[in-house]
Design a protein around this ligand. Structure first.
Ligand code: PLP
Length: 387
């Protein structure tokens, strides 16, 4: 079957591939420690599960309004107004099955052939993939370990051309845990205003932050009108399988994105949306407890990794990933990741899966039981010693 040429331009999200390879190895009887998966290792809090069960019994099993049920849009608007520091009205909120569709639809709606999209490298692989897929030019902006994996506004500015249309930010970031400061965001906002750029701010890890307050670029002067905020319930409330996310964007764009939703997913699952209201209105202690637990694991895994000969691991400020530098071993990230899976039974991701800038690094998710982490790092230690 002949495929459309654009299919050659779409990449993949290797976390899913790596997990499949690890499971295939496990199926042969090998023990595998999973440090590749980017999802909280907690169950969805009980109040949210109960709300969904009630919703199912009460008939929340139908199509809903394409952009989400009004009660959820209102709840998200109120929550975002309080947390993100700018006035969010419900008509700016688009509810989607996970946060990912917001990336997909925002890029589809905004990028014409040849438009340039600046994205963080290393960064979440879908940014580059989607920009290329729709015919745009994906322009990587390096994020560097020396800079705590923060996107450097000056480096970003140097990449802006008359064709630049969109800048993608992700703070706290996958795969590095890097966090932009308010000062960084102020400079990026000024750049966006001066060059009439749109910003896609992926804030999916906004509540998994270890120091300071989360700053949304949309809260800075003049930015709400040129920013699409991507957020969701997957990471904050351990709801990855519920498929529940949202975008906050200017009303005019929301109306157009609604068409893309109508033409694709139709709407987000009815009972999932009801559960999301319970998540936002319920006790937030479970969110804090999850974040505290990730914080504790971060504080323990970083010194553990730094105790391995030839490994250098920065202290991430948010999310639940570490991004150790293993370049001293002289192998590519991919070779090392494959070696660790095959020889040590440790599944993790090559830094290069997140862009060229990730070469020489590995991505490890610490959203797993501490005993597993200790066993995984020990296996890595022994395997590296054999190189
Ligand atoms: N953005 C980033 C940076 C992510 O790491 C992920 C998930 O891994 C998402 C967005 C999307 O998550 P979801 O579609 O589950 O809401």
């Amino acid at each position: 079957m002949r495929l459309a040429a654009r299919m050659d331009r779409i990449g993949t999200e290797t976390a899913f591939e790596a997990a499949a390879r690890a499971r295939a190895l496990e199926a042969t009887g090998r023990s595998v420690i999973h440090l590749e998966i980017g999802e909280p290792d907690f169950d969805t809090p009980a109040n949210i599960r109960e709300a969904a069960k009630r919703a199912l019994d009460q008939g929340a099993t139908h199509y809903t309004a394409t952009v989400g049920i009004p009660e959820l849009r209102a709840a998200i608007a109120a929550d975002a107004t309080a947390r993100k520091g700018f006035a969010v009205t419900p008509d700016r909120v688009v509810v989607t099955p996970g946060g990912k569709p917001i990336m997909f639809f925002a890029i589809l709606a905004l990028i014409d052939e040849g438009d340039e999209v600046i994205y963080p490298d290393p960064g979440f692989p879908i940014y580059e993939s989607m920009a290329s897929y729709v015919g745009g030019k994906a322009v990587p902006c390096p994020v560097r370990q020396e800079n705590g994996f923060r996107l450097d506004p000056a480096e970003l500015a140097s990449l802006v051309t008359p064709r630049t249309r969109l800048v993608i930010l992700n703070s706290p970031a996958n795969p590095t845990g890097g966090v932009s400061t308010r000062a960084d965001l102020e400079q990026i906002a000024a750049l966006a205003r001066d060059h009439d750029l749109v910003v896609l701010a992926d804030e999916i890890y906004g509540r998994i932050l270890y120091e300071g307050e989360h700053v949304s670029i949309a809260s800075l002067p003049g930015m709400a009108e040129r920013t699409i905020v991507l957020d969701g319930f997957s990471k904050t409330y351990a709801m990855t399988g519920w498929r529940l996310g949202y975008g906050i964007m200017p009303k005019k764009l929301a109306e157009r994105v609604e068409l893309l939703l109508t033409h694709s997913v139709g709407c987000t699952a009815d009972f999932s949306q009801v559960a999301a209201i319970a998540a936002l209105h319920g006790d937030q202690d479970t969110v804090r407890a999850m974040c505290d637990s990730f914080h504790e694991r971060r504080d323990r895994i970083v010194p553990l990794l730094n105790s391995l000969p030839g490994v250098r691991c920065a202290l991430p400020q948010g999310a639940f990933y570490v991004f150790p530098d293993v370049s001293s071993y002289g192998l590519s990230s991919k070779q090392l990741a494959d070696y660790l899976l095959d020889q040590a039974g440790v599944a993790l991701l090559a830094g290069s899966d997140f862009g060229r800038g990730g070469e020489g690094y590995l991505r490890i998710s610490y959203a797993t039981a501490w005993e597993q982490i200790v066993e995984g790092v020990e296996r890595i230690r022994q395997a590296l010693a054999r190189l």
